[in-house]
Write a protein that binds this ligand. Structure first.
Ligand code: NAD
Length: 481
């Protein structure tokens, strides 16, 4: 190890505790390598180039969209976006041409003109370079999220990227710096921030009803094993099962973390400071692979693999001394949960396990009182578009609220609710939880992607001021999702 590198590693150890001197280099399969941590430390010495938080891009009367990835998620997006006036879907891309053909049929069903077609492994590159696109919307497998978003921004387009936005710290930093350099939005499509209880509690938190929120919990607990991970007809080329091999940590942190981070003004008054993470062993996926392979040799290649531990629990401490617990389990038998718990000095909210609950004392309030809170504190976006969104569908409506808000902000030149710093901070648990798990749950620092601007950035605007001009086409019962 050369002298400078040793000095730098020592500095990190004293300053933040992410590393201690003399550690061997960790391979990227452990989430984040020592070299990556060193590169990030250098970046943190630089000033922010341009603050994308609160940034309003020039208005777009019509938002021309190119969609990359037309699988389970992308095909729904084609339909949802087609309901929104002021949108044109000008380009469609999937590795497999038949998926593009199916999406064209959806456009036809929705009385939309056909879009330009792209396919093959690299079709997305040409799509990103196409002139007639303002926004590249990409529900692809995880490894393509960052490459597509980067190419889109570098070619003058805004990027809307599915969750998580990136898989490594290097990728997340490149997203941040490219968004700053190009002044193009890079929004992660964290739809759970737009679910009804989450929006209610966000507004209640903002109005101070929970007092100071000092602890929160979020999760993605959803048994995907047999129906999705090991289903040949679900994820294309079995990409999601493959992601669960040789990685151990929280690979899907943002559904749980995003909504509570917004309630706690993360990146806008507070910041994620450090984490510790712990995983169980795998008790199900390896066994399921063996079982599936017994009757179908297709699954032979998935046997004898090093599967992700079933349950990962990550604990984060913020700069202001608050804590957040985030869990991830997609492979055990239990009901769905994103927890969504906010615990403050004056009250508490918890969504899962249901029913949704709020308390301002020792007992949960009654259903009628909760109904009253919904009436009084649901933010303007819910009142404006909530019922239409339920009618369109897509995870109970939250997908459509998100899409509508994204388009309305772009059309009215408003800052987006989620910026590139949110995308990076919420996604960085993907690599950093793996690093902590690989090091027996050692503390790992969370980089400040805002490079200090979190201290003055303003909280997410809940008013709809300057917007709400985007209308929605009539929803035909026959074409409901
Ligand atoms: N926010 C949510 O609620 C939510 C829900 C489900 C999935 N997702 C995310 O959406 C993304 C897609 O998930 P999915 O369930 O639709 O998976 P999927 O496998 O059904 O779809 C992915 C699509 O990308 C295509 N693809 C693969 N390589 C490509 C390439 N080189 N160029 C173009 N297309 C390519 C595949 O052919 C497939 O059609 C993932 O990131 C996932 O995490 C988010």
């Amino acid at each position: 190890m050369n002298k400078d590198r040793r000095k730098l590693l020592k500095g990190i150890a004293i300053g933040g505790g992410a590393l201690f001197t003399g550690l061997p280099s960790f391979a990227t399969s452990f989430g984040t390598s020592d070299d990556e941590i060193l590169r990030i430390t250098e970046k943190l010495r630089e000033k922010q180039r341009f603050n994308m938080c609160g940034y309003a891009a020039p208005k777009l009367d019509t938002v021309r969209i190119g969609i990359v990835g037309l699988g389970m998620r992308g095909s729904g997006a084609v339909e949802r976006l087609s309901y929104i006036e002021g949108v044109e879907i000008t380009a469609l891309c999937d590795k497999y041409p038949d998926r593009v053909t199916k999406a064209q049929a959806t456009l036809k069903k929705m009385n939309r003109p056909p879009a330009k077609e792209f396919s093959g492994n690299d079709g997305w590159k040409a799509l990103c370079e196409n002139k007639d696109i303002d926004l590249v919307y990409s529900p692809t497998p995880w490894h393509l999220h960052t490459p597509v978003a980067l190419r889109a921004m570098k070619n003058g387009k805004h990027a809307a990227v599915e969750v998580p936005a990136g898989k490594t710290l290097d990728e997340l930093w490149e997203l941040v710096e490219t968004s700053e350099n190009t002044k193009k939005h890079c929004m992660m499509l964290e739809n759970c921030c737009y679910d009804f209880f989450e929006l209610l509690t966000l507004n209640m938190a903002r109005q101070g009803l929970f007092g100071e929120i000092i602890h929160a919990e979020g999760a993605y607990i959803h048994n995907l094993s047999k129906d999705y991970l090991f289903n040949k007809n679900a994820y294309a080329d079995m990409w999601r099962l493959k992601e669960n091999i040789n990685k151990n940590g929280n690979l899907y942190p943002t559904h749980g973390l995003g909504p509570v981070a917004q309630c706690m003004n993360v990146n806008r008054g507070d910041k994620l400071d450090h984490l510790v993470s712990m995983s169980t062993n795998d008790f199900t996926l390896g066994k399921l692979a063996d079982e599936m392979a017994k009757s179908d040799s297709f699954f032979d290649e998935y046997t004898g693999k090093n599967y992700r531990g079933n349950m990962n629990t990550t604990l984060i401490r913020t700069n202001k001394g608050k804590t957040i617990m985030v869990q991830h389990d997609v492979s055990t038998t239990r009901p769905y949960s994103r927890i969504h718990l906010l615990s403050g000095t004056k009250g508490i909210a918890q969504k899962w396990p249901g029913p949704e609950k709020i308390a301002f004392g020792h007992s949960w309030i009654k259903q009628e009182e909760l109904d009253d809170l919904y009436k009084k504190y649901s933010p303007p976006i819910v009142k404006h578009i909530g019922e239409i969104a339920k009618d369109v569908g897509g995870h109970g409506g939250m997908d459509f609220i998100m899409d509508w808000r994204l388009i309305d902000c772009l059309r009215n030149g408003l800052p987006l609710d989620q910026d590139v710093y949110d995308a990076a901070a919420w996604s960085c648990l993907f690599p950093l939880s793996q690093r902590s798990v690989a090091k027996n749950s050692d503390k790992v620092d969370i980089p400040d992607f805002t490079r200090g601007s979190w201290k003055t950035n303003k909280p997410v605007d809940l008013t709809l001021n300057g917007g709400a001009t985007t209308t929605v086409r009539p929803i035909k019962p026959a074409s409901k999702m």
